[in-house]
Design a protein around this ligand. Structure first.
Ligand code: FAD
Length: 287
C-alpha cells in the first residue's frame, strides 16, 4: 500500500512548526510515525502537508524540575522507559511503557504521538490519566496547559485546535508514600490492551487514605472510577474492599467490537481492578 501524495516539511524550531501548522491547509504532524505511517499507507488519513517534528531538538528530553518530571512531546517511549527517575519514582509509568508495542516501535514512537493519537486502549493515555499529568500545548495564540483529564474530547479526538501541537507533559513526583500498579490484558504481548487498569493507593494509618483507579479500553476515552475511589478512602485494604471497588465496573457501558463483546470487557475490567488494587497495596509497603 502506498500513502497518498503530500508535501513534506521539516521545521527546525517550534516557532517554525507552529507557523507552518497555522499557515498550511490540511496539514498533519509527523512524530515517530508508528501510527501515522500505517494510517497513511492504509489511506485512513489524507493530509496535503506533513510537518516532521523530528528535527526540533527542543521538543525532546526529560528533566526533573522541582517536584515534577517534564517530558518533551518528542521524547521516544524507550527513553522514558529507561529513565532512572521514572524507574525510581514513577514505576507504574515504566510498567505501562513496557507494554506499549514492541522494543522497535518504542525506539521510534514518541510520548506525545501516543497521547495525541489517543487510542482508547493506549497504555500511555491510561497511565497519564491515572497520574493526573499536565499537558503543555503551543499554538499561534501562545502556550497553554491542560490537565490530562480534559485532553480526550472523544474517540481519538484530543483537545487540540487544528493549529496547535503538544509540546510536553509534566508528571508530579509522588511526595507521599504510595503503591501503584498498571496491568492489562491483551491477546499477545505487544498488542494494544483489550482492557487495562491503573491503580494508585496512598496509605494512611494502616488504611487506604486515597485511591486512584483508571481503566483503559472500556470506552472511547479513559475512565476514572470515581465512585470506587471515594468508597475506598478510609477503608481497610483487604479482599472485601477491593472486591467492592471492582464491583463498580458493573455500571460500565463498554464498547462491543470485533475482538470482544461488552460483557467480556466489563468482567475483565473488574478482574483487572481487583488485581491492580491488590498489587498496588502490596507495593505500598505498609508496616
Ligand atoms: C506493531 C505496532 C504495535 C503497537 N502497539 C501499541 C500498543 O500496544 N500500545 C500503544 O499504545 N501503542 C501501540 N502502537 C502505537 C505506537 O505506540 C505509536 O508510537 C503511537 O501510537 C504514536 O506515536 P508516534 O510518535 O509514532 O506518532 P505518529 O504516528 O507520528 O503520530 C500519531 C498521531 O499524533 C499526531 N501527533 C504526533 N505528535 C504530535 C504532537 N506533538 N502534537 C500534536 N499532534 C501530534 C500525529 O499528527 C498523528 O495524528 C503500536 C504501533 C505498532 C506499529
Amino acid at each position: 500500500m502506498k500513502p497518498p501524495v503530500f508535501e513534506y516539511h521539516r521545521p527546525a524550531s517550534l516557532t517554525e512548526a507552529v507557523d507552518m501548522l497555522g499557515g498550511l491547509e490540511n496539514a498533519r504532524l509527523l512524530a515517530g510515525g508508528q501510527s501515522l505511517m500505517p494510517m497513511l499507507a492504509m489511506r485512513f488519513a489524507f493530509p496535503d502537508h506533513l510537518i516532521d517534528l523530528n528535527r526540533i531538538p527542543a521538543l525532546a528530553g526529560i528533566a526533573e524540575d522541582g517536584g515534577t518530571l517534564r517530558v518533551g512531546a518528542m521524547t521516544r517511549q524507550r527513553d522514558l522507559l529507561d529513565h532512572p527517575v521514572v524507574r525510581a519514582r514513577l514505576p507504574m509509568l515504566a510498567e505501562a511503557l513496557e507494554q506499549v508495542g514492541h522494543r522497535q516501535t518504542r525506539n521510534r514512537g514518541t510520548v506525545g504521538g501516543s497521547l495525541c493519537h489517543l487510542d482508547p486502549a493506549a497504555e500511555l493515555v491510561a497511565v497519564a490519566t491515572a497520574l493526573d499529568a499536565e499537558l503543555e500545548i503551543a499554538g499561534p495564540r501562545g502556550a497553554r496547559t491542560l490537565p490530562m483529564a480534559a485532553f480526550p474530547l472523544g474517540f481519538m479526538t484530543p483537545a487540540l485546535e487544528p493549529d496547535e501541537l503538544l509540546t510536553g507533559l509534566r508528571f508530579a513526583l509522588p511526595a507521599l508514600p504510595q503503591g501503584a500498579c498498571f496491568t492489562e490484558f491483551a491477546r499477545r504481548h505487544g498488542d494494544y490492551a483489550i482492557v487495562s487498569a491503573a491503580a494508585i493507593l496512598w496509605p494512611r494509618d494502616g488504611r487506604i487514605g486515597r485511591a486512584s483507579i483508571t481503566l483503559g479500553g472500556v470506552g472511547p476515552v479513559p475512565v476514572r472510577l470515581e465512585a470506587a475511589e471515594a468508597a475506598l478512602a478510609g477503608q481497610r485494604a483487604d479482599a472485601e474492599s477491593f472486591a467492592a471497588a471492582a464491583a463498580c465496573c458493573g455500571a460500565l457501558d463498554p464498547m462491543d467490537d470485533a475482538q470482544v463483546p461488552a460483557w467480556y470487557r466489563r468482567r475483565l475490567a473488574a478482574t483487572l481492578v481487583r488485581r491492580a488494587l491488590t498489587t498496588a497495596w502490596e507495593r505500598a509497603d505498609v508496616r
